[in-house]
Design a protein around this ligand. Structure first.
Ligand code: ADP
Ligand code: MG
Length: 703
């Protein structure tokens, strides 16, 4: 494997940097991204190993867009994952689409036509797609510049997510014009990496293993004596979590998922369950509700996760010991993808190991068991035998896996529960060494996991060492063992003002998301909303400087969010001393207001007597945006009467609730006024009433 780094300072790379800023709104590459992107742009096969949440998507999306033309084909294992990626890209104005089993034939044809014309830049597909003849014919007429394989560890049987559909990807490149390949994974296991390189037939690949640290994640292990205590821990953690925050609780078995969910629901903590035993439809619905923030807590087996790109999960608790540190880091790493603080808690009871050992017995029986089963079948002279008869004691684990191993090596045949030997002389064809190696491999991984659970020293250092960062040492200051008990909960209390503004921003994001029927995070991540709340941009240039705001998002949402931040909006009178010092002076500038040009246009239409919906339709903007314009117009006095949008009775009700003080945030206001009043009405009434109060105060100098 080659690791020689291609240049990072040529013109192509400069384009990449520009793309990162213009399209994605990020100023800096995250660790590893620049190296991977430079390699991809130089036309090299590349294997990128980065932690979950490390920013792998950008590694192929930026090269896809930094070049003037060419299609990037992205292989992704799950429909939900594809959908979120496509939604997110489209929000940023990128021509992206997915072709999979849920897309109708004629739509597939339309997408392929777009791909052929060069209009489409990224095409997401499931691996099965490549065995579809008409799809491959269609692709041959496209100029495929890059083949990206996401979650590439799915190709390896040594990995924890092996998918048979990934196995044949090695042959795909030749069929689509031999583009370079970039493979991406979060798996650290060297064996899996070697497998990826071999099976995808990567040529002289640049292998980049990025730093595995996720400094924003706080790791903790909580020793727990009983199941009951685990339940209590989880309930407490969820109560501590803000009501708006998302969490995932991972359990080792479906049964545990059921129990934990029931227990939470009994305590009136809203949570949904998720495991592979549930109907697809239910699973899809729950996953979607989670993505869309209408569901905050999910209790799940490891079946939940690979499709979860949700960036704002704030807490991941493991109820049971995972099988390996890889699985643990992958699952825990689903917290805090947005870079904001998040917690990863492992509840550990020494008895947990038994459950894992049982799973190892189940899927990796010792070689001697496989041999024994084979002998029993041969002794039966090739007659069909029920699997149960092959067990030495009732429910002996691993017999199914043993039979499967025999079937895989051509020594046995099975139909349902009935098995028979196909030839009597195959004992030497049983790969006993291979079987034992798999079993030992799994046991070693479990040992490592348990050492983590029992660690008295820095958990982060332990993880980083495991992932191959030999330099990791000392105290990270952000994990259980590194934090003295009182410090553990410091900083938890976010600044009240900022938090309130954040909620407002989130409500506005929600309006846009609901209007367009997409998950909120595809519009802005929580990290972006926090950045907005902190910086309080006053104009478009400042808004563009927010992390996560690119050109298209500025155009689409800038005005609406800026309007929310204007003095007529929330927090017009910051409590002295509470606000960030840098932000405070900006809030004091209350000179004559000038209208934003876009609000002027809305003003013209409003003067013509158009309704909110009509203005929105005419301007091709959302009604949420128009509402923010109207609020701005009411606050500035350009429009004097909110009557066309807020009837007198409603206005009086709102005035009653607000009284003489500033109106404050919308959500609490709505709680008091009643939810038959719409957010739009509240927003407009608030702008009007704030102005009314201001002019009253001006009329009485000295007060
Ligand atoms: P992975 O696939 O490695 O788990 P993602 O590609 O889903 O991670 O990225 C996680 C989050 O990080 C996303 O919200 C993404 O927009 C954000 N992100 C990616 N690159 C950057 C960057 N350079 N600066 C800031 N945020 C980034
Ligand atoms: Mg990813």
């Amino acid at each position: 494997m080659s690791t020689s780094a291609p240049p990072k300072n040529d013109a192509a790379f400069e384009n990449a940097r520009q793309t990162l800023a213009d399209v994605f709104g990020y100023r800096e590459f995250r660790p590893g991204q620049a190296e991977v992107i430079a390699a991809v742009l130089a036309g090299r096969d590349t294997l990128a190993v980065m932690p979950t949440g490390g920013g792998k998507s950008v590694c192929y999306q930026v090269p896809a867009l930094a070049r003037e033309r060419g299609l990037t084909v992205v292989v992704s294992p799950l429909l939900a994952l594809m959908k979120d990626q496509v939604d997110t890209l489209r929000q940023a104005g990128v021509a992206a689409a997915a072709i999979n089993s849920t897309v109708a034939r004629d739509e597939q044809a339309a997408v392929l036509a777009q791909a052929q014309s060069g209009e489409l830049r990224l095409l997401y597909v499931a691996p099965e797609r490549f065995s579809d003849g008409s799809f491959m014919t269609g692709l041959r007429h496209c100029q495929v510049g890059l083949l990206a394989i996401d979650e590439a560890h799915c190709i390896s049987q040594w990995g924890h997510d092996f998918r048979p559909s990934y196995r044949d990807l090695g042959g795909v490149r030749a069929g689509i014009g031999n583009p370079p390949i970039v493979a991406l994974t979060a798996t650290a296991d060297p064996r899996v990496r070697d497998d990826i390189v071999a099976r995808l037939k990567l040529k002289r690949p640049v292998v980049h293993v990025a730093g595995f640290d996720r400094p924003n994640l706080r790791f903790d292990v909580v020793p727990v004596k009983s199941l009951k205590a685990k339940g209590e821990q989880i309930a407490d953690r969820l109560r501590e979590l803000g009501t708006d925050e998302s969490a995932i609780i991972y359990c080792g078995t479906r049964k545990r998922v059921e129990e934990v969910t029931d227990a939470l629901q009994k305590q009136r903590i809203r949570a949904a369950r998720y495991h592979a035993g549930m109907p697809d439809e239910d699973r899809r619905r729950i996953q979607e509700a989670f993505a869309r923030d209408s569901l905050r807590v999910i209790v799940a087996t490891n079946a939940f996760g690979m499709g979860i790109d949700k960036p704002d999960v704030r807490l991941v608790v493991h109820h049971d010991l995972p099988e390996s540190l890889e699985s643990y880091y992958q699952e825990a790493g689903r917290a805090g993808r947005d870079g904001g603080p998040a917690e990863c808690v492992l509840l550990y009871s020494p008895r947990d190991r038994q459950l894992r050992e049982f799973f190892i017995d189940l899927s990796h029986p010792p070689a001697e068991t496989v041999v024994r089963v084979y002998r029993a079948l041969v002794n039966d002279g090739g007659n069909r035998v029920h699997v149960r008869e092959l067990m030495e004691q009732e429910d002996e684990p691993g017999i199914n896996a043993a039979v499967q191993a025999l079937v895989d090596s051509g020594l046995a045949e099975r139909k349902g529960y009935m098995v028979r030997a196909t030839r009597p002389d195959g004992i030497d064809d049983i790969d006993t060494a291979g079987l034992d190696e798999h079993r030992e491999h799994a046991t070693r991984k479990l040992d490592e996991m348990e050492r983590y659970a029992q660690s008295m020293t820095c958990l982060r250092v332990r993880i980083l060492k495991y992932f191959g960062d030999g330099r990791a040492q000392g105290n990270c200051g952000n994990c259980g063992p590194c934090l003295a008990p009182p410090a553990r909960y410091a900083n938890a209390e976010a600044e009240g003002e900022e938090l309130e503004l954040f909620r407002e921003l989130r409500a506005l994001r929600r309006q846009f998301a609901d209007e367009q029927n997409v998950p909120p995070f595809t519009i802005f991540s929580d990290a972006t909303l926090h950045d907005i709340a902190q910086r309080r941009p006053r104009n478009r240039a400042e808004f563009l400087a927010v992390s996560g705001v690119g050109q298209v998002k500025l155009e689409r949402y800038g005005d609406a969010f800026l309007a929310l931040l204007r003095p007529s909006g929330l927090g017009a009178e910051p409590a002295p001393g509470r606000m960030g010092r840098a932000a405070a002076p900006a809030r004091k500038e209350r000179g004559p207001r000038t209208l934003s040009p876009t609000a002027e246009v809305t003003l013209e239409l409003a003067r013509d007597g158009a309704s909110l919906g009509e203005i929105a339709a005419k301007r091709g903007l959302s009604s949420a945006t128009i509402t923010t314009h109207l609020a701005e117009l009411l606050a500035s006095g350009a429009i004097e009467d909110p009557a066309p949008w807020v009837d007198n009775v409603t206005l009086a009700r709102i005035r009653n609730v607000i009284g003489d003080g500033p109106a404050g945030a919308l959500s609490p206001l709505r709680e008091k006024v009643g939810d038959d009043v719409s957010y739009e009405q509240l927003h407009l009434a608030r702008a009007f009433l704030d102005r009314e109060r201001e002019s009253r105060q001006r009329a009485r100098p000295g007060t």
